[in-house]
Structure formats: C-alpha cells, structure tokens
Design a protein around this ligand. Sequence first.
Ligand SMILES: N[C@@H](CCC(=O)N[C@@H](CS)C(=O)NCC(=O)O)C(=O)O
Length: 234
Amino acid sequence: MTYDLWYWAEIPGRGEFVRLTLEAAGIAYRDMAREQGSDAMMKDMASRHPRPFAPPYLVAGDLCIAQTANVLRFLAERHGLGPADEAGRLLVHQVQLTIADLVEEIHGVHHPVDPGLYYHDQKPEALRAAQAFRADRLPKYLGWFETLLADAGGAWLAGDRWSCADLSLFHLVAGLDYAFPLRMGALAADISRVRALHDRVHRLPELADYLASDRCLGFNEDGLFRHYPELDAA
Ligand SMILES: N[C@@H](CCC(=O)N[C@@H](CS)C(=O)NCC(=O)O)C(=O)O
C-alpha cells in the first residue's frame, strides 16, 4: 500500500518526524501537500471523518491517522520497526511523546503568548521564554535522553536497531542546532551520547539518498525550529 502523508509543504516541521521513518524504512508514500499544495491539504483535512485536529496525518486506505507519535506507532507496528518486546515498544512511544512535549515547548519559545500571532508581536515575552528554556528546560530534556542512552548501553535508544525514536531524536537535535547553536555548543560536553546518536542516524545508508535530496527541506523561520539570534545564548 502507498500511504498519503499530509503536512505543510513549506517547512520540515512535525511532518519530518514521519517522513524520516517512511524514508529510512523504505515505505512507499506520497507527500501530498508537496504535490498539491497546502491549500489542498486544508480541503482534504476538512473532508475527513473523523477530522484530524492538525497535520501531520497519514492516510492508509480507510484509516486517517493524526498526531505524530500516533502515526509513528502505527508505522512501527505495521512494518515491524523497532523493538519487538512490549517494554521496548512502550519505551519508543514514551520517547516519541516526550519529543512531542519538547517540540511544543520549542514552539512556545517563539510563540509564548499566542500561536496565532506573529513572532514580532510577542517578542518581549519570547525573550523571557527563551531564557528559561535555555537555562532549565532544554538541559533537562537533553539530559533525560542522555540518561536513556546510557541505560540502553548500545547504539540505539531501544533494541539493537534504529527505531522511530532514534530518527526523531536526530531531527530534534538538528533543529535545536539550527535554532540555538550557541546553547547547543555550550551543552556539548553534557550530551555526548545524544550527539553520537545524531551522527549515527545522519550516517545511516537508508537515509543517504533522502538527506541529499531536495525533498529534504532546510529549516526556516516559518517552521518549528527558528533561528532568531536574540533568542540564543551560550
Ligand atoms: N501534537 C500534534 C501537534 C500538531 C500540530 O500542532 N501541527 C501544527 C503544524 S506542526 C499545526 O498545523 N497546527 C495547527 C493548529 O494547532 O491549529 C502532533 O504532534 O502531531
């Protein structure tokens, strides 16, 4: 079956977490909004029952699955990705949900008052949010991933092969490098396992063609991970 992935055409955003798994697992899919435009996605979304709250969502025959972590869980189960044991599968999903929490906080740094307003309409609040994010939340989350990797004792977060969670952590770190290069540099000594995992995923032969292709969009200031120099500091 060829899946339909729907996500904003202009940014990597949350869609990239799904795309990376589809690409690395060699699963056939169409990137619908890239083909038809984001307006077509709004029309498609409105026509679905039950209607997804927000993209990304994946259409698999009669199924329409939204929420990034939920989509990835579906793909992992359908395609036998990640660990086979229950504890491992639950851990992968737990990591995925925690990444979703962090992604929400990252978005909240540049949109601390209202996601419907522009960044420049909430800049003083963003400066304050960024300070707390850099000082407390970012090291806390990254420290947790570091602990998980230490506990896992191997190359991957769970099991002896990459899972969706490893691919997602790669994208998360890449986004943080883009948005907060100074802070990520300052934290480097504390997150060596996370960095090694990022580099390991970056080198996966399964992803080489995709990462080198123009289908793999760079980050930009319309997306989730935005580089505003005033929000970054060591
Ligand atoms: N928790 C959801 C969040 C989905 C979400 O916020 N999607 C964004 C794009 S990255 C969106 O289009 N949101 C529209 C809205 O919240 O109104 C997930 O992880 O998939």
